[in-house]
Every structure is written in C-alpha cells, then in structure tokens.
Design a protein around this ligand. Structure first.
Ligand code: AMP
Ligand code: MG
Length: 490
C-alpha cells in the first residue's frame, strides 16, 4: 500500500486518496480520466457519509465540478477497472464501461473506501455504451443503497448525485444525465477473478488473492491455503448477505458474477426492487424473463456465483487438478448450510425467538406459506404479527399465531423483550416502489423535496413509533404493485 498523499490533504476538502488497486498487475486497470460535462449541478449530497469519510462536508457540498468529474480532487489518479463476468449464465469480458475510480479515501479511523464516479464518460471498456447514466437511475441507486445501509445490510454507499446538464438517450428517449459518486469497501468482484483466470496469468491471480484477502479479510493472514481460505470467507459473507436480503424482501435483479462484490457488500442497483406481496417467484426486471434472479432463487444463484469464483482459483488451490477440484467442490457445497444457518437465525429474530427449537424452521415456513397463499405484504406482516389476527378473520393465520404464541411461552423472555427484538429486525418501512418512483419523477422534473422526505423516512426503518406516524410510507402500492417493472439499460 502506498504512503498517504500529504499534498492532497493540504489542498483541502479532507481528501486523503491512496491507490493500492493501481499497484495490482497492469491487466487489471486502465488509466482514464472522466469526460467533462456541460453544466454540473448537485442534486443530492450525503453530508453524513462525507463526514464519515473525513471529507469537509460543508465545503464540498456544492462542488459539482468535483462530483461530476470536471475537476479531479487533489491526489486523484483516475482509472477504469477490468473484469469479466457471467451475465445470465454466459461468460463475457467487461470492465468499467461508465465508472471511473478516483482513488481510495482513507477515513480518519484508517478505513479504506473506493471513491468512484458512475456515469463519468466512456472508457476503453464502454463497448457500444455512451459511458453515461440517466439522473433517474442514479437517484434510484442513491435512495435504495442508502435505505439498505439504514436497514443494516452491507452495501456500497452513495455520496452525491450531480446532474450533468446533458441529455442521455435511452429506449424512452432523451433523459437528463447524471453522475453518481459511489463509495465502496472496494469494487473487487467475482468477475475480477474471472478476468485474471481467463487471461491465465497465475502471478496476477496470486497477487489478486493476496490483495483481496489483505483488504477485506485481514483475519486470514497466515492461512495455510490462502486461496481456499478466501473462498470460504467470501462464501460465508455472501451466505450472510443473502439471508439479509431474504429477510427484508430485497430482489437484486441482476446477480451476474460481475455484480457480486468480494467484500460482501450489495452492489449495482440497476433493476433491484423490494417485494411487497410475498412470493418467491417475484421478479421486477423487465429483461429477466425466465426469472433467473427471482427473489426465491437468490441464495442458489449466489452459490452458483461462488462456484464460478472457485473455478478461477483451481490452479492455485493445489498443484494437481483432481485435489483442487475436490477442495473447491467441498467449499462450494457448504454454501447451502451456511445460508440456512444465517436465514434461520434471522427468522428467529424476526419472530422474537431467543432460544432455538428444531421446529422453528417449520414455524417460519408455515408463516411464509400462508403469506404466499394470501399475497400478504411481507414487510407489514412481520411488523404486525402480534396484532394481525384482530383485523384478518383468517382461521389459518389464527392457528399459526396460536402456535407462535405457544412457542414464545417456551422461552423466559417477556413480551416486551420479544417486541424489542422483533422491532429491531422487522423494518416498519422499506423503499416501496411506488414511493421511489414518485420521488424520482419529481426529482427529474427539478423538485427534490419528495425525495428528501422519502430519504428521511427510510433513514430510520426500525423506528416503529415514527413509522406509525407516516402510514403513507408503510402502505403497499394501491393496486397492481406486483406488476411493477424495472428496466435495465440504465
Ligand atoms: P451492469 O449489468 O449494470 O452491471 O452493467 C454491465 C456492464 O455494462 C458493465 O461493465 C458496465 O460498465 C457496462 N455499462 C452499463 N451501462 C453502460 C453505458 N451507458 N456505457 C458504457 N458501459 C455501460
Ligand atoms: Mg455491474
């Protein structure tokens, strides 16, 4: 890792950028500067995140020229990352086609975060793309990633959205363009390894293993078989992440291997959306016709992606192929059990269970089955399990509730303790699709207050008292909510 750039700190703004990724083998990056835009204007600025990063939140708040890419912050060294990926099951070489990394900001606490401009102009990896992004899509990423953060789910963050003053052309015509400043533990992905493995550069592969382990899994230092230890660690974090998604009804929508971060953060908010009525078959993305990335498939797909990750490491697991494959299979095979462990632990918290009984999984399963059959709202059902029976004259639910109450009796905790645990794990508000859309339409038209209000509500999803005062944010879409569609090609 390089020495901190003292000159950048002296230049103000709180910037302290380092460039450890740029020191990886050359096949992993290309130096490329953002392309200037005509009339940059800050639409939304994440002051709290800026402070966490050690940036001068006030001084930088209006610096549209920096967060559009028109002027690089002191100490920046812009580059695009190379990677490959399996998209909808098919291998392709990719790379940052519209995202440019400025460097790694070192926080006052010594943490390292990538600062990347998304929509900053073409790169050598743009293929036929314009390198740009529409304002609506970037605001969507801002809103949903910040909602995920407030929900306590590992995620990339959004520091700013700057309108470019230029149009971008998409299927739906000319849209206002924007640049999003994305902050991430790193942008290393399964696809980064796929790229190096495809190039058959074993030295680069070993360097990448060491770098990823050091950056995200320092506890692995000294591991006997580092590639294998890394695979297990990444697998464990993904299993936990999937359980967290499944616990709040999040549908990522485009779980290609290039969109799976090795840090375990949720990344790439393209066609994602939150499920309302519970149904494992829920798909929002207009291009995911076979439902490959449906809500209920996500754990399996994560495992499939982990298997692709394992394949990239075969040559460094073991000098011989057969034992290397055996090691990989074993590690990948453990994913299901890892996920189940996190999932049931999460369900126990949502149900207010402090101790463990073998039937807990069945208890959670029957609740979900009832929700599916009755198209019950996933979020609100969990949030209101105690009181639901009073309004829903449903014999099946009443029977479930009696079973649940009997189960609660078999632990020493009081109703108050149960309530507290449940409220801390059952969000009262999620970014409901119609609320997000409404905020984006207004913001695209130049009125950001609706979005700001939404962001405020989404910042405290577990504050049930506060959420009760804003029932309009808790209600499912009036009608046809399940018909909601998100569009790729953003
Ligand atoms: P995604 O599925 O959103 O992760 O994108 C897949 C790939 O397409 C990534 O390599 C992106 O950099 C690239 N890409 C998406 N949109 C554009 C665009 N407008 N211009 C250039 N590249 C793009
Ligand atoms: Mg992507």
């Amino acid at each position: 890792m390089s020495e901190p750039d003292l000159s950048s700190r002296a230049a103000g703004g709180g910037w302290r950028l380092e460039h450890s990724y740029a020191q990886l083998p050359a096949l992993l990056h290309v130096a490329v500067a953002p392309t200037a835009v005509r009339a940059p204007q800050v639409v939304v600025w994440n002051r709290k995140l800026a402070e966490e990063l050690g940036l001068e939140a006030e001084a930088l708040a209006a610096r549209a020229e920096i967060f559009s890419g028109n002027r690089l912050p002191p100490g920046a060294a812009a580059l695009a990352q190379a990677y490959a990926g399996h998209q909808y099951g098919h291998f392709t070489t990719l790379g940052d086609g519209r995202a440019i990394l400025l460097g790694e900001q070192i926080t006052p606490g010594g943490q390292r975060f990538d600062v990347q401009l998304k929509g900053a102009g073409p790169t050598p990896f743009s293929r036929r793309g314009d390198g740009r992004a529409p304002l609506g899509a970037m605001l969507r990423e801002y809103v949903i990633s910040e909602a995920m953060q407030a929900l306590g789910i590992p995620t990339t963050r959004s520091l700013a959205v700057v309108a470019t003053g230029e149009d971008v052309w998409r299927q739906n015509g000319a849209r206002p363009g924007a640049v999003l400043t994305r902050v991430a533990a790193s942008h290393l992905r399964v696809g980064t390894f796929e790229w190096v493995a495809a190039r058959r550069d074993e030295a680069a592969l070993r360097a990448l293993v060491a770098y990823t382990a050091q950056r995200h899994y320092p506890e692995l230092a000294g591991a006997e078989n580092m590639p294998l230890a890394l695979l297990e660690a990444v697998s464990e974090r993904q299993a936990r992440l999937m359980a967290q998604w499944m616990g709040v009804g999040f549908v990522h929508g485009v779980m290609n291997t290039d969109n799976m971060a090795l840090s375990g953060e949720t990344i790439d908010y393209g066609p994602c959306a939150f499920m309302e009525a519970y149904d494992p078959a829920t798909v929002f993305s207009s291009i995911d016709r076979d439902g490959r990335y449906a809500f209920g498939n996500q754990p399996q797909i994560a495992q499939w992606n982990i298997a692709r990750f394992a394949e990239t490491l075969l040559t460094v697991f073991h000098p011989q192929e057969a034992p290397a494959i055996a090691l990989a299979n074993e590690a990948v095979g453990r994913f299901g059990e890892r996920f189940r462990r996190h999932w049931i632990a999460g369900m126990r918290r949502k149900l207010g269970l402090f101790n463990e009984e073998p039937e807990d999984e069945a208890l959670a399963g029957s609740l979900l089955e009832w929700m599916r059959a009755t198209k019950a709202d996933f979020t609100n059902t969990f949030a209101e399990l105690e009181t639901l029976g009073a309004t829903k004259a449903d014999g099946e639910f009443a029977a479930w509730q009696a079973r649940w109450r009997a189960r609660l009796e078999r632990q020493p905790q009081t109703a108050e303790e149960v309530g507290r645990l449940r409220r801390a794990h059952c969000p009262a508000v999620i970014p409901r699709n119609h609320r997000v859309e409404e905020a984006l339409v207004e913001a695209e038209a130049g009125e950001v207050r609706v979005m700001e209000r939404l962001l405020e509500v989404l910042a405290a999803p577990y504050d049930h008292e506060r959420a009760w005062a804003t029932p309009e944010y808790r209600a499912p879409a009036p009608e046809g909510g399940e018909e909601y569609r998100t569009f790729c090609g953003t």
